[in-house]
Design a protein around this ligand. Structure first.
Ligand code: ZN
Length: 349
């Protein structure tokens, strides 16, 4: 039996409270213990409290003195695209010269260039890259990430990416929550409806029977998948036992927030273009917004989602990195917290 005591943290952030997503005023209640301590037995937290009380129970525990430090739970990053090959430095240079996301995609950059590199990479190569990314997350204090496939766009390549995620979760301290995002883009030389059929009839059944994903996601956006195509995919995923997420209203207000509510999706992500009406609809559908200020920043846009209105509307707002090689190359939750405060007027808590 191994006993560890952490003592004298300037602040011990416990997040004690209801076991559900916080809303409204609860979002600013972090249940902080000043001069806090905790007792950890065999890797599990047994007690938290003021340091003097913990010290009395500590016996011959190994002691970590956390004076001058804040001790808090690991960050949970609810939206990432962690497994891919290569980088998108060329896109970055094009953007700096003034090209838009859509112009870059048409010129052969964007998601498609990462798809080509990811298809060409072996499972072993992808795992090496992914472990490097996992290390970046861990160093930024993140211990759990949601991670999406979506840079394969063929049955074999999507499965390859999801298997890399499974191995990453087993072989590193980072916990991965896997999402199947076969509908991330339409592959070259296919029309969207043909591809939607492939996702529904071939990919989804294999993903669910191999138990490779917990969620299914769709990029519902102009030039990607429209509302009707997204609905077909998400309905099929739901039937297959997957929970739902949706990339919604990032570049245009497409009705995706409404679709998320209609299908009672767990989350609707991005929401840069979601208006007052969309906020009401999300609330009525019990959908949790995941806001991604890192991609607004990296795309050089100033159109941040309406975080404060969402909070005031009773939504359980979450923020995440959207880590990916193109539109948000940061794995750092501290960076995202900073953007949330400075650009979206959220409080540090
Ligand atoms: Zn994304």
């Amino acid at each position: 039996m191994k006993l560890l005591a952490v003592l004298h943290a300037s602040q011990l952030v416990t997040l004690a409270g209801p076991k559900r997503a916080r809303t409204g005023r609860e979002l600013s209640e972090l249940a902080i213990i000043p001069d806090g301590g905790m007792l950890i037995r065999d890797g599990g937290i047994e007690t938290v409290g003021p340091s003097n009380e913990i010290e009395n129970e500590a016996g011959d525990a190994e002691v970590i003195d956390a004076r001058g430090k804040v001790v808090l739970p690991g960050f949970v990053d609810a939206h990432t695209h962690l497994v891919f090959a290569g980088n998108r430095l060329e896109d970055f240079e094009r953007r700096a010269r003034g090209d838009s996301y859509e112009q870059i995609a048409r010129a052969g950059g964007g998601i498609w260039s990462t798809v080509e590199k990811t298809r060409a990479a072996s499972e072993a190569d992808l795992l090496v890259e992914a472990k490097k990314h996992a290390d970046w997350f861990l160093r930024g204090g993140t211990t759990t990430v949601e991670s999406k496939s979506g840079y394969g766009l063929t049955l074999e390549d999507e499965l390859k990416i999801l298997r890399v995620m499974r191995r990453l979760s087993k072989e590193t301290p980072l916990e991965i929550v896997p999402t199947f995002l076969g509908a991330h883009a339409v592959p070259r030389k296919m029309n969207a409806d043909e591809y939607v059929d492939l996702v529904i009839n071939e990919m989804l059944p294999q993903v669910t029977s191999d138990n490779l994903a917990e969620f299914c996601d769709v990029f519902c956006e102009r030039n990607y998948f429209n509302v009707e195509q997204s609905r077909r995919i998400l309905n099929a995923a739901k039937k297959g036992g997957l929970k739902l997420r949706i990339h919604a209203d990032q570049l245009s207000s497409s009705g995706a927030a409404r679709l998320a509510a209609e299908l009672n999706a767990t989350t609707a992500d991005h929401l840069e273009k979601t208006d007052e009406q969309g906020i009401k609809v999300l609330k009525s559908g019990g959908v949790q917004p995941v806001l991604l200020p890192g991609s607004v920043y990296a795309l050089g846009s100033t159109c941040y989602p309406r975080a404060r209105e969402m909070i005031e509307g009773g939504l359980a707002v979450a923020i995440a990195t959207d880590f990916n090689p193109g539109s948000s190359p940061t794995p750092s939750m501290p960076m995202i917290l900073s953007l949330a405060c400075t650009q979206m007027k959220m409080s540090p808590a």
